[in-house]
Design a protein around this ligand. Structure first.
Ligand SMILES: Cc1ncc(COP(=O)(O)O)c(C=O)c1O
Length: 347
């Protein structure tokens, strides 16, 4: 079964970034009170930053154009050129940010553990001995929660706390790439503030599952955010009447966090549906939030065949497909996507 009613509007499972602002969010944007934020005069930017700081349990927050900018500002404020950053395998800040860590902050990365996760022993093994001046200086430990390449997998709360505590005891700074921290919060039943608490800084995206058209926040201490504000300006990320965008972020924070549970249920439904098909393999244990990794014989061919049936998915490797649920995808859409996959695998 394909979606015969709206052939021109595909079911878009490529990413949770494809959402479009609905009427209420657009209304909030249109009526936002604004001013010049570089003069510190945008009340809506201030309101978003105050609310984001509160929700993330930090002293202050800064609105940034993207998750990438949030992560890069964190590297800049915590590190100096030549420093080493310990990350999980295939971390976004190393793999998907155009090499910015090396190019802008001048850092290098050491991967610890497997699949995006590591424990205290693996952290310790990844740290350069500080005694030797000719070695890189390990300066920062960065975790990603949920983990994108791992399929939206969630850090066990106690493990994240233990790693961050050990890092702090070793004198290292800590950053959480919480692009999808809101999904991790729903999946664990913990607040975003609790999940961010062990870390000096946290990046959280407004433009993914929360459905804002643009933007992320970086949160941390007041002093760290003042430092980040300076670097944001250096990168060209300071904006003028940015309250138009922040209004969407505020709306998203207030209205779209709890509903992520629906996306998680839809992801599970999709995963369980396609797992029954010959030619599709899904590790159901990794389906913890809104991302589903589907292993197929030929990912580009599978994606093309799905597209022909009105369903968009992303090849995530030669034999891996990523499908992502979000607020513009209904349960009926999921059922239609499963049917499309059934047709494709039947050949
Ligand atoms: C884990 C993670 N961190 C950071 C980012 C970067 O966000 P942006 O696309 O807003 O730069 C993403 C984007 O997909 C992500 O998945």
């Amino acid at each position: 079964m394909t979606r015969s009613s709206t052939p021109s509007t595909p079911i878009d499972l490529r990413s949770d970034t494809v959402t479009r602002p609905g009427p209420a969010m657009r209304e909030a944007m249109a009526s936002a009170e604004v001013g010049d934020d570089i003069y510190g005069e945008d009340p809506t930017a201030k309101a978003l930053e105050a609310r984001a700081a509160e929700v993330l349990g930090k002293e202050a927050a800064l609105f940034v154009s993207s998750g990438t900018m949030g992560n890069q500002l964190a590297l800049l404020i915590h590190c100096r050129p030549g420093d080493d950053v310990v990350i999980g395998e295939d971390a976004h800040c190393k793999l998907y940010e155009s090499g910015a860590g090396g190019a802008i902050a001048g850092v290098q990365f050491t991967q610890a553990g497997r699949g995006g996760f590591f424990d205290v022993a693996e952290l310790e093994a990844a740290i350069y001995p500080t005694a030797a001046y000719y070695m890189p200086r390990t300066r920062l430990v960065a975790l990603e929660n949920t983990h994108n390449r791992g399929g939206g997998t969630v850090w066990p709360v106690a493990q994240a706390e233990a790693v961050a505590d050990r890092a702090r005891a070793l004198g290292l700074a800590t950053h959480l790439d919480g692009a999808r921290i809101w999904n991790a919060a729903v999946a664990t039943g913990r607040s975003a503030a609790e999940l961010a608490a062990p870390f000096d800084t946290v990046t959280a995206c407004l433009s993914k599952g929360l459905g804002a058209p643009v933007g992320s926040v970086l949160a941390g201490s007041r002093a760290a955010m003042e430092e980040a504000r300076r670097f944001r300006k250096m990168l060209g990320g300071a904006m003028r009447q940015v309250g138009v965008l922040c209004a969407a972020g505020l709306y998203a924070l207030e209205h779209h966090r709890a509903r992520l549970a629906d996306d998680h249920a839809n992801a599970r439904r999709l995963a369980e549906g396609v797992a029954t098909l010959d030619g599709c393999a899904v590790d159901l244990a990794t389906v913890q939030t809104n991302l589903v990794m589907i292993d197929v014989a030929d990912a580009p061919a599978f994606a093309d065949a799905m597209r022909a049936r009105g369903v968009l998915v992303s090849p995530f490797g030669p034999q891996r497909i990523r499908a992502v649920t979000h607020l513009d995808v209904s349960r009926d859409d999921i059922d239609a996507a499963i049917e499309a996959a059934r047709e494709v695998t039947r050949g």
